[in-house]
Design a protein around this ligand. Structure first.
Ligand code: C2E
Ligand code: MG
Ligand code: MG
Length: 557
């Protein structure tokens, strides 16, 4: 770059500015989770009178040397405001436009005033303009920079840290200034791909700890896009999504893809959700996979497999928005091949999973706190925790964490369960499991030495015999209807509570008959259908109510 050429640039620049040959192009930025456009970045383009396009690399250094960069930046800012205002008026509002500032702009005394005046001129709110600055600016005149940073922040501008990781990045800048967004440089995705990615994932995690939003630029492939999603990077920009576009092309893109723009409400919602940290590696798995990779001479990138998922709930539906690989592994432990399989089970309102899940989610929504259930399903113990992380009209996002227990834990839990369940059983007078497919029954617990009925020839005979011996004659017929296997499943399924319950006068080995409440529920089991009968005596003061109820409803089953 010689002196003559710089002079050439200087002379041509004014001319180009006045004849509209300096134009802002706009590159969309997309939300990783939703693939919606959240902002656009304004990038300077200089056209020759022959409409040949020059890129910033060609002219920015010269404009900086000639002291013209401020004029360029303010012109690009002006065009960004024009775009914002235009989209507002067309009814396709943008959430924001980001513009690049040169470190030299901070030496300009009237920077703050000029920026504000430009926005005012086009009625653009301060929040809409994102100021992209690079670290190099912070290293020169720290005092002036600090003062301006504060001034811009106080006035409601958001300040983004551009090209993080491209040069002599220093973590100090993150400590000293509260940036709204870090833009990670595309270099992370290119060079030293494995280590670059490990670093990027850790930096994303760190940014979240500091409450800074994350964006990675230079995304060119689907693989990079997926990696960034799994590492929890909230936003992405790059040729994979779109090149920088002229204002006309951007307008066309938005018009041809209705719904591509994120709404203001969604923006708040997703910004909240974006604070979640997915990079939560399972240290054991990480270690063993890394060792395996070394042995097989493969490159290894940690899988970020905290067992986490995002579930959006509407008034009457659940939808898995995202699940980490770890979460999908746990689901397989539970016998669901895919997230869709669980979704199906959850949307069938009859299923046990639905009831458990539904209650957990409601509790999480109501309390705003972490809610946890532990449950055994199909012979696997699992623990599911839920926390509501964001809400909008008619919707809420719940983050779920799913653990299935390893064998050691399983044994311990089984033991605990055993201890507590024997205590639990003593609150009943009788507990019996029924296996309708094999026409069999198995007594689990009895308080009062009731005779065994499993020696009879057939199951039907056992049942009838039990009924004759143990039930008050007036209730025998009702009891047989209650215990009818051919209708049992349907009756349980139909009841909103997922059990059927009735009141009977029984003897249960005591001689005198007395009032008991009997309940039938389905027991989740992988192998076959199992129903459980639990019988519990009624408190004295409820007995007369039972008497009256059964008299008034002789059909009660
Ligand atoms: P930047 O702010 O980091 O902008 C991103 C650059 O990466 C843009 O180059 C963009 O076209 C390019 N890019 C975007 N996606 C991809 C991708 O997937 N692959 C690759 N290889 N490149 C991608 P551009 O427009 O040439 O701008 C270069 C730099 O010039 C910008 O880097 C910014 O620092 C500076 N610049 C651009 N416009 C302005 C301006 O109005 N004022 C100032 N002061 N600097 C500007
Ligand atoms: Mg930039
Ligand atoms: Mg950049």
């Amino acid at each position: 770059m010689n002196h003559e050429m710089d002079t050439e640039y200087r002379n041509r620049f004014r001319e180009a500015l006045e004849s509209g040959l300096i134009r802002a192009w706009f590159q969309p930025v997309f939300r990783s989770m939703t693939q919606r456009m959240i902002v656009v970045e304004a990038l300077a383009r200089w056209f020759t009178p022959e409409e040949k396009m020059l890129s910033p690399a060609d002219f920015i250094p010269a404009l900086e040397r000639e002291g013209l960069i401020f004029d360029l930046d303010m012109e690009i800012l002006r065009q960004a405001c024009v775009l914002y205002q235009d989209f507002q008026q067309r009814g396709t509002p943008l959430q924001g436009v980001s513009v690049n500032l040169s470190r030299l702009d901070f030496k300009q005394e009237n920077l703050f005033e000029t920026v504000c005046a430009t926005l005012d001129r086009y009625s653009v709110p301060h929040e809409a303009i994102k100021l992209e600055i690079t670290e190099s600016m912070m290293l020169e005149d720290t005092e002036t920079f600090e003062k301006l940073f504060q001034e811009f922040s106080d006035a409601g501008f958001t300040i983004w840290l551009d090209d993080f990781g491209s040069g002599y990045s220093s973590l100090n800048v993150l400590q000293n200034y509260s940036f709204n967004v870090i833009k990670f440089d595309m270099l992370f995705l290119r060079k030293l791909s494995v280590r670059g990615r490990e670093m990027l994932a850790s930096l994303i995690s760190m940014a979240k700890t500091l409450g800074i939003h994350t964006l990675t630029e230079g995304v060119e492939t689907k693989e990079q896009q997926e990696f960034l999603l799994s590492a929890g990077c909230e936003a992405q920009q790059g040729f994979y999504y779109s090149k920088p576009l002229s204002r006309e092309k951007l307008t066309e893109l938005v018009d041809q893809n209705p719904g591509i723009l994120e709404s203001r409400e969604d923006s708040r919602y997703w910004d909240e959700i974006g604070r979640l940290n997915f990079v939560n590696p399972n240290p054991l798995k990480d270690f063993s996979e890394r060792r395996r990779a070394v042995m097989e001479k493969e490159a290894y990138v940690s899988s970020y497999d905290g067992s986490i998922a995002l579930v959006e709930c509407g008034r009457d539906h659940f939808e898995y928005i995202y699940a980490t690989d770890g979460y999908k592994d746990r689901l397989r432990d539970l016998g669901f091949a895919t997230v869709g399989g669980l979704e199906n089970a959850l949307s069938s309102q009859r299923s046990h999973q639905f009831l458990i899940f539904h209650k957990l989610v409601l509790d999480a929504l109501q309390t705003g706190l972490v809610q946890t259930v532990e449950y055994a399903y199909k012979d696997v113990y699992f623990r599911l925790s839920a926390l509501a992380v964001a809400r909008k009209t008619g919707r809420a996002m719940i983050v779920m964490r799913l653990n299935t227990f390893d064998s050691e834990r399983e044994v311990q839990t089984a033991q605990e369960l055993l201890n507590s369940s024997s205590a639990l059983l003593t609150t009943y007078d009788l507990v019996v499991l029924f296996y309708p497919e094999r026409k069999a029954a198995k007594r689990i617990y009895t308080a009062n030495n009731i005779a065994e009925y499993d020696r009879e020839e057939t199951f039907e005979i056992s049942l009838r015999k039990f009924c004759e011996d143990q039930l008050d004659p007036v209730d025998q017929e009702r009891y047989l209807r209650f215990m009818n296997f051919s209708t049992m499943e349907e009756r349980i399924g139909k009841s909103p509570e997922h059990f059927v319950q009735s009141l009977f006068r029984m003897r249960l080995g005591r001689g005198e008959t007395s009032w008991y409440s009997a309940r039938l529920t389905e027991v989740p089991s992988r192998q076959e259908k199992v129903f459980m009968l639990t019988v519990q005596s009624l408190q004295d003061n409820l007995k007369k109510w039972a008497e009256r109820l059964v008299k008034e409803h002789p059909d009660l089953t």
